[in-house]
Design a protein around this ligand. Structure first.
Ligand code: ADP
Ligand code: MG
Length: 275
């Protein structure tokens, strides 16, 4: 491993964006078996912003993230990252700059918490000492320093979810430019306070360090509060997108979720409240 100075391993704040709209999808259709799971997807994700992906179960949210992290392959010309087609990025380079926290991460071998987070070092080329500092920083960021020597399989679901987040953040922390962070239901196993902490962390990475954050959420109020842009999917299509106060209308909620909400309009400068 090549040695780098430890001062290189902390923040991205000075790193350039690779374009104002660095990640975009154009005319994407995805079929799995006989079923079309995503249709006519055209969207641009802004760097320095949080985009929330919303929609009922089966809408295609996870599939969209899998396409972006190339777990599902797509024809060459449909997704662009910075100055290149996504498929043209060398895989090792892409791994430093684009990472996903999957909806389900199964790991039963008794690795310690630190060892799991250190798996995020894999695509990196830094010294052992720098790697240890990175792992410690990311464990602190998710509030798990005290559990660093615990066996991962013994953790609660919410603790495991935060360990996986620390692993993913470790993976991105050596990106040469502000990276892309994909989060698939990152709050699903977390208690209320931890949900807000993780979403605040994600928002901070976007607003302060220029990350492009794309997060699948089910809680409409959290999506409105923490995201800059909303994309609502239903049956594989984008139904609406825009800033939260506009994209989450009563009509949209009725149409997409088949649910009659109690809707408290946004107070001045705030977000609507939806129950
Ligand atoms: P969401 O994350 O919005 O709940 P997904 O993207 O996981 O939805 O799934 C979208 C649709 O695609 C669902 O109907 C799901 O059953 C189907 N699907 C996803 N992956 C597969 C697969 N590997 N085989 C068959 N169907 C799949
Ligand atoms: Mg999903």
């Amino acid at each position: 491993m090549a040695a780098t100075s430890d001062s290189n391993v902390t923040a991205h704040s000075a790193k350039p964006h690779i374009g104002h709209t660095q990640l975009s999808i154009c005319q994407l259709n995805v079929a799995i078996g006989q079923k079309t799971v995503l249709r006519d997807i055209n969207v641009q994700f802004k760097s320095g912003a949080v985009t929330a992906l919303l929609g009922p179960n089966g809408a295609g949210k996870s599939t969209l993230l899998k396409v972006l992290c190339q777990e599902i392959s797509t024809p060459r010309q449909h997704i662009r990252l910075g100055h290149r087609q996504l498929t043209d990025w060398p895989r090792a380079e892409l791994a430093k700059s684009l990472a996903v926290l999957p909806q389900h991460a199964s790991l039963t071998f008794p690795f310690t918490v630190s060892e799991v987070v250190a798996m995020g070092l894999y695509p990196l080329t830094i010294s052992k000492k720098s790697g240890e500092i990175l792992v410690a920083n990311q464990l602190a960021a998710v509030g798990l320093t005290s559990l660093k020597n615990r066996s991962y399989p013994t953790l609660s679901g919410g603790e495991k979810q935060r360990v996986q987040l620390a692993r993913v953040l470790t993976q991105l922390s050596q990106s040469p430019f502000a990276p892309i962070l994909l989060l698939d239901e990152p709050t699903s196993a977390l208690d209320l306070a931890q949900q807000h902490k993780v979403l605040e962390l994600a928002r901070g990475l976007a607003h302060q360090q220029g990350y492009t954050v794309i997060v699948v959420l089910h809680d409409l109020n959290q999506a409105a509060r923490y995201s800059d842009q909303l994309i609502v999917l239903k049956q594989g299509r984008i139904v609406t997108e825009g800033i939260p106060a506009q994209a989450l209308s009563v009509d949209t909620i009725r149409q997409v979720w088949d649910y009659e909400p109690i809707y408290v309009p946004a107070p001045q400068g705030g977000h609507p409240l939806i129950f």
